[in-house]
Design a protein around this ligand. Sequence first.
Ligand code: SF4
Length: 341
Amino acid sequence: MNSFTYTRADAIDVAVDERASEKTAKFIAGGTNLIDLMKENVERPTRLIDITRLPMTSITETVDGGLRLGALVTNADTAYDKRVVKRYPLLSQAILAGASPQLRNMATDGGNLMQRTRCYYFYDLATPCNKREPGSGCSAINGFNRIHAILGTRMSDGDGQLAEPQCIATHPSDMCVALAALDAVVRVTGKNGERAIPFADFHKLPGNTPHVDNTLEPDELITSIDLPANGFPKYHMYLKLRDRASYAFALVSVAVALEIENKTITNARIALGGVAHKPWRKPEAEALLVGKPATKENFQAVAESLLTGAQGYGHNTFKIELAKRAIVRALGQAAKLEPTA
Ligand code: SF4
């Protein structure tokens, strides 16, 4: 591990100033991913700015009837908060599907958004990796890519052709899949003041800058995550498929939030995890369900639409069919057509 300095910020503007003055510094809170990356020499910050004393540790009501999750609230406290359980059960379910109790007790909500891919090659300094070292290549495309992406990996080259991917990593979070489905908003503070980033715009696809995971400016700090008033408490499901029953990342996960009136779907949200560089949504596919009854046929049509353009890279090709089946099952469970156990 490289040597680094450590400071503890006692105010948000101090933390932002410190980060802005040292481009190679990093904020640290729970440290559940960053410390691992530092031990492996993947991350080599010159300074850690401890933000755990900043006033971002509570869950509060917002004026529009939603909830504001302070960036330093732990994943465990969020998942078990009575208001979250009652009004945003999809979020609680997703958080509890992730990591382990010990990790959820340490990991913060802001940090959950900032965690990096678990691509094996990203952690292995002996192998080329465009995310770790831009321009070096991607070891996963022709390597062992069982956990890798099937959507959003190829970008247009400007001539209408799809260029070869530079990175096929997936975003590892469960919580973020639910936040994407709920249309959460990420609130940040930087040298230029505060701004709100719609969740769909927070994480990015790899494109030709796979080393950049999100749209934060270097000096910006996540201060909170806002949940809109509608938490879809009645019809929801977070389905996570993985290699073992706990403490494993998703091969495919599906967050579903529905509103159903008189047996007709009036609102539908579907976000996928484990399949792309960011939580994957496709509003055109969701729109296919609106005004329709909750039937397996309609769910299958949505699943086909969501996976349009999916590409496997060998070991992960099974995910295409797995994702379709998971979507149909999660929609059926959310609509209470089939049991959740
Ligand atoms: Fe690196 Fe991305 Fe390729 Fe993994 S998939 S080796 S993170 S460039």
